[in-house]
Design a binder for this molecule. Structure first.
Ligand code: SF4
Ligand code: SF4
Length: 531
């Protein structure tokens, strides 16, 4: 019941924060990686284990492995060393993390979360820590510290909200990423991250969908469009020589409500006559490697450029996904680029040059669609969305990692007649995470997810009560998978949809038969299309 979770304990615990002991309570942690997935990825120490086991069966020499791993990363990443050294404990980030706000657990304060790693850094890598130990803020690296890291670094969604408020720009998400890499190096990963990653190696996507099922799903989507509009659309798969490779998260062709977003994309591509292809090999834009290690991120991301090269396309268009865009925007160019075999993207419909994507050669679907609308290349009837009073959830990665703030709003304002923003300090760069990103969107940690999503849900509740909002639009596959549960718990009566689902509803396609329903098969509101 919401009342139970609203009882957030704000009293600081009586014990010393340096005590690493944690209790693995049901609902607060994710299950450990299975031997099958660990082995499939070639990660160390495959075994059957769970976080609540007293003995984690750490590999011989685990302490050495962690300290060597830290040393290597301190030498490799200047940002990591800087983040270890410069926190002044000013407190600006303390109340900015949704997990702290929803749980009241001080170790979910970003600065204290980082301190769990920083204290080990001090003890083993600074002269004062080596000599004075605890007096200099150092802690011994023990098995309990490893358990504490696992518990708290898997209660961080790497959302980077805290970094927006830090005067020194300390990015706790980067610290979490390093901590997770170190945990992986001794076989302490979570299954909800490594199983999708292992699936990706087997079949090209997180859900483990094989090429024939991918083809069937795409055909099913084309059939749905035909039924809805009377228009036959062709969705090319693995077509060599297409101008554009379109890559989407696998949930778009296998999940709900994601599937309606896919219909929206396909209708738009058909309407403007885009020369594109999808790929059964690069059938996943998402990248769960990002939640595990830089190495795994790179390995999973590589297939996108490889497939673009094999198919001979000019540039890449990417669908509605969150962390996919963090990787494409911030890492792909240097991890697997330069993409000198591609061309700086130019819209074949409007002639717009996407200068921002000159280097990565990857354009976000919202940039592409907003540009089409801006140049009046799409005819839309927003009255078809009149049953929706819409608000927009800025997904953490597109907003904070790539600054994609205006384009989705521009689209929504063109395709809906009732759009209302949530409070200022909960949107745009300051957006609150859904509470389930970074691989935490599983079931066993549901209480953590509901608590972490509480600030986002509270802002939705505000616009529901103030403006009657009944639909939360977003542009992330994880959001679409996890926000429905969150909202059902905290704010029932608010649905979740992709921006391109709403665009697809409003899109008036050339030659379409009279539409009677929206993409979900719900009757169009009375009077839609009358104006
Ligand atoms: S805002 Fe930055 S400097 Fe201040 S306590 Fe947080 S991490 Fe440290
Ligand atoms: S990155 Fe997000 S989840 Fe992690 S500590 Fe910062 S605000 Fe919290």
């Amino acid at each position: 019941m919401p009342e139970k979770l609203l009882q957030i304990e704000q009293e600081p615990p009586r014990g010393d924060w340096t005590d690493p002991t944690v209790q693995f309570r049901k609902g607060f942690f994710c299950y450990g990686g299975t031997p099958k997935s660990v082995s499939a990825l070639g990660l160390p120490n495959p075994r059957k284990w769970q976080p609540f086991d007293p003995d984690w069966q750490l590999p011989p020499g685990w302490k050495e492995t962690i300290l060597t791993g830290m040393k290597e990363r301190l030498e490799k990443y200047r940002s990591f060393r800087l983040f270890m050294d410069i926190c002044v404990r000013c407190g600006a980030c303390f109340d900015k993390c949704h997990f702290y706000l929803g749980s009241g657990d001080p170790k979910n304060m970003p600065a204290l979360r980082a301190e769990l790693l920083r204290s080990i850094y001090r003890r083993y890598f600074t002269p004062s820590g080596k000599v004075f130990g605890a007096l200099a803020g150092g802690r011994e690296l023990t098995e309990d510290v490893i358990k504490e890291w696992f518990y708290y670094f898997y209660q961080c969604t790497e959302c980077r909200r805290c970094s927006v408020f830090c005067p020194y720009g300390i990015d706790t998400a980067e610290i979490t990423m390093i901590a997770r890499e170190l945990l992986d190096s001794i076989g302490c990963s979570i299954n909800w991250v490594i199983e999708p990653a292992a699936n990706c190696f087997r079949t090209g996507n997180h859900l483990g969908i094989q090429p024939h099922a991918f083809k069937d799903s795409i055909q099913f989507a084309a059939d749905e469009v035909k039924e809805l509009t009377g228009i036959t659309i062709d969705v090319p798969i693995n077509r060599k020589g297409a101008e554009v490779l379109f890559v989407m998260p696998s949930a778009d062709y296998f999940g709900e409500p994601h599937f309606y977003t896919l219909l929206g994309y396909l209708m738009m591509f058909h309407e403007v006559g885009l020369d594109y292809t999808v790929s059964a090999f690069a059938s996943e834009g998402g990248n769960f490697g990002l939640f595990s290690s830089h190495e795994l991120t790179k390995r999973l991301n590589a297939k996108i450029y490889e497939e673009a090269k094999r198919l001979g396309v000019k540039w890449i268009l990417g669908g509605e996904c969150g962390h996919m865009w963090r990787v494409l925007h911030q890492y792909m160019d240097t991890m697997n680029g330069p993409a000198d075999f591609l061309e700086p993207p130019v819209s074949p419909i409007t002639g717009t040059r996407f200068e921002n994507a000159r280097s990565t050669c990857a354009v976000h679907i919202c940039e592409f669609a907003a540009d089409l609308l801006y140049h009046n290349k799409l005819r839309v009837d927003p009255s078809r969305n009149d049953r929706c009073k819409v608000t927009f959830h800025d997904s953490c990665n597109p907003s904070r990692a790539m600054g994609l703030l205006e384009e989705p709003r521009y689209i929504l304002r063109r395709v809906c007649r009732s759009f209302h923003e949530m409070p200022e300090d909960t949107i745009r760069e300051k957006t609150f995470c859904c509470g389930s990103g970074a691989g935490l969107g599983t079931d066993e940690n549901l209480e953590t997810r509901l608590r972490g999503g509480f600030p986002r849900a509270s802002a939705v509740k505000y616009v529901k009560e103030t403006y009657g909002v009944n639909l939360l639009a977003c542009i992330c596959a994880i959001d679409k998978a996890t926000l429905p549960t969150l909202l059902e718990y905290w704010v029932s009566g608010v649905d979740v949809a992709g921006v391109h689902e709403l665009l697809g509803n409003a899109l008036v396609m050339t030659g379409e038969t009279e539409r009677t329903t929206d993409l979900r098969g719900e009757p169009l509101p009375e009077g839609a299309g009358d104006e």
